[in-house]
Design a protein. Sequence first.
Length: 449
Amino acid sequence: MDISLYNTLSKEKEIFKPIKKGEVSMYQCGPTVYDYPHVGNYRTFILYDIIRRTFEYNDYKVNQVMNITDVDDKTIRRSKGEGVSLKELTTKYEKLFLEEIQSLNILLPVHITRATEYIGEMVDLIEKLLKKEIAYKASDGIYVSIDKVKNYGQLANLDQSKITKERVTNDEYDKENARDFSLWKFRTAEDGDISWPASFGEGRPGWHIECSAMSMKLLGPTLDIHTGAADLIFPHHTNEIAQSESVTGREFVHYWLHGAIMNIGNEKMAKSKKNFFKLDDLKDNAVSPIGFRYWLLTSHYRSPVNFTYEAVHGAQNALIRLMAIVSNYPEGGKIIPAYKEKFLSFINDDLNMPQAVALAWELIKDSNESDADKRSTLIDFDRVFGLKLDTIPKITEEKIPPEIQALADAREEARSKKDWEKADALRLEIGARGYDIKDTESGVKITRI
């Protein structure tokens, strides 16, 4: 069955045709390791995982590369601010990131690359761009002259009238005004010892050249898929295309996939806005990483989502119910062909996870199928969902009286508002009525004392 993907470049869904039969090369923009990721960032990383799992479910071999940005403006600024070496800072946050993606059951990428390990490849690309006169040397570094780049800005639908002959040194900049961007920044006093030798002058790379160097080194001059969050379309991915295709003269990427942003209060979740939650915040509010993952599966990756604890708790309660049902199904069944075919049709239609999740619940309600076959089919679906349905112990669902559930819901609301005194009082009230409430990794569990 064909896989159809929405290509940001063409602005339409296209049938996936791999460069090499049975294989897919995929590059994903990884974290900049200078701080804790927020849950909006993790929406993007779960998307990467769903793409990989979908292709593997379709029997593709996935050659997946994810970069770690361990040198850029942010990492240098943060290391100076904390008074630690760049290596110490980035190692700390890389370790944290890798631990957290595993708690979300995100498969570790086949290759994890660090920018500082590919400086030689970056220098080589910059030398080629200088030789082609696509890049030029200024007093503070090396820049790409975007007016010499064919079809610059096509990915982002840039208004060519807004392109100006100016330079910008910042790695992230004004989304409305394209300008010549930095490939290499000559050493300054602020950088301290963070610099590398190069034929065109000692310094350090700009953010954009890093991904081109790493992706082409490991996957070749043309990739099947490049993916990232929608806010990377410009300038980052636009500039990757410009520098890569200017060097090779070939199409850099066949399929560009971008995940929509996560909002909070209908405003983009971002560290710069200080309106974000970390994974630990979710755990403190009785949301497990897998519960959060399930919530994201209920929205299409190209649709913005608005984060609320009410929405995530609701999704997690559905997951707990799903886990209880699957755990009580008997083993030994077979995968149901008709349901597998439907499942494939949904996930292969631009990764339509909401429909795939709805199909799982449809199967549960289907009285014509045996419980053992339902279990085997749902475990098969979970190869893509990644909810660990094959590892859960047997769960017995107990009917919780409505008044006890209401008290538990009120406690969760108090916890979400960090009203710990009220939450403790509600816990005591639940206990006085003969029930115990526990906050577990998979969510809130209510049992009779």
